[in-house]
Write a protein of this length. Structure first.
Length: 210
C-alpha cells in the first residue's frame, strides 16, 4: 500500500514539474547596459556619457565617418551548457550605424565563424539606421550557429562599412562609418523536456533516501 502510494505521489510530482514554467526557462546573458530606447536619437556625447563605464566594446563610439576606419567590435558570452538548446538569438543595441544610407553598411556579422551577415543586414535595411538613430535588433541564430554553443562560449564580431551620411545641413556621403554598440543579449531556449527530466531525477533520489 505504501509502495503504491509512493509511486502515485511520484507521478503527481512528475506531472507537476513538467507543467512548471521554470522547468523550461530561457537563459539570457547581457553584456553592457541598455541606455536608450529603440528609435531614440542620442547625440555622440550622450552615448559617450551613458556608456563610459561599460566594458569594451560597449563603452562608447568608435570608428570614423570621415576616413575608411569603420566601426568594428568583438565580444564573447560564456555560460554553462547544462541543457540541450532548441533555439537561440542575439540582440544588439547600436546607434549611428547609418544603415538608412544607400547601399549596405554591414560588412560582417558572425558568431564563432558562422556567417550571420545577411540576417542582420536584412534588419538593418528594413528599419532604422538614420543619422544618430539608436536601434535594437534581434537575430535568430541558425542551426549551425546553435551547434557551436555546446562549448559554453559564443564570440560575435560585427564590422560596418561606408558610405554614411554626414550631419546637417549638407548630408554628404562620407567614406567611413563610426557607430556605438550599447549592449548585447544572448538568449538560449531549452529543448522541450531538456530540463524537466533532471528535476524528476532529483525528486526520485530524494524519495529513495527516505
Amino acid at each position: 500500500m505504501q509502495r503504491r502510494r509512493a509511486i502515485a505521489l511520484f507521478g503527481v510530482a512528475a506531472a507537476s514539474l513538467l507543467g512548471l514554467p521554470s522547468a523550461r526557462a530561457d537563459l539570457s546573458i547581457t553584456l553592457g547596459d541598455r541606455d536608450f530606447l529603440d528609435g531614440e536619437f542620442p547625440s555622440g556625447s550622450q552615448v559617450t556619457l551613458a556608456s563610459f563605464d561599460d566594458p569594451a566594446p560597449f563603452d562608447g563610439p568608435s570608428g570614423s565617418d570621415k576616413s575608411e576606419s569603420a566601426f568594428e567590435a568583438t565580444w564573447t558570452f560564456e555560460f554553462e551548457p547544462s541543457f540541450t538548446i532548441d533555439s537561440a538569438s542575439v540582440r544588439i543595441g547600436i546607434s549611428d550605424h547609418d544603415s538608412a544610407t544607400t547601399g549596405s553598411q554591414l560588412a560582417l556579422f558572425e558568431m564563432d565563424g558562422v556567417d550571420l551577415t545577411s540576417e542582420l543586414d536584412l534588419l538593418f535595411e528594413t528599419r532604422g539606421g538614420r543619422q544618430l538613430e539608436y536601434n535594437i535588433y534581434t537575430v535568430d541564430l541558425s542551426p549551425s550557429a546553435i551547434h557551436q554553443l555546446v562549448d559554453g562560449s559564443a564570440t560575435f564580431t560585427i564590422e560596418l562599412a561606408g558610405p554614411n551620411l554626414s550631419s546637417e545641413p549638407s548630408f554628404d556621403l562620407l567614406p567611413g562609418n563610426a557607430a556605438a554598440l550599447d549592449f548585447s543579449t544572448l538568449t538560449l531556449v531549452p529543448a522541450p523536456g531538456a530540463v524537466a527530466p533532471l528535476l524528476l531525477l532529483g525528486f526520485g533520489a530524494r524519495h529513495r533516501r527516505r
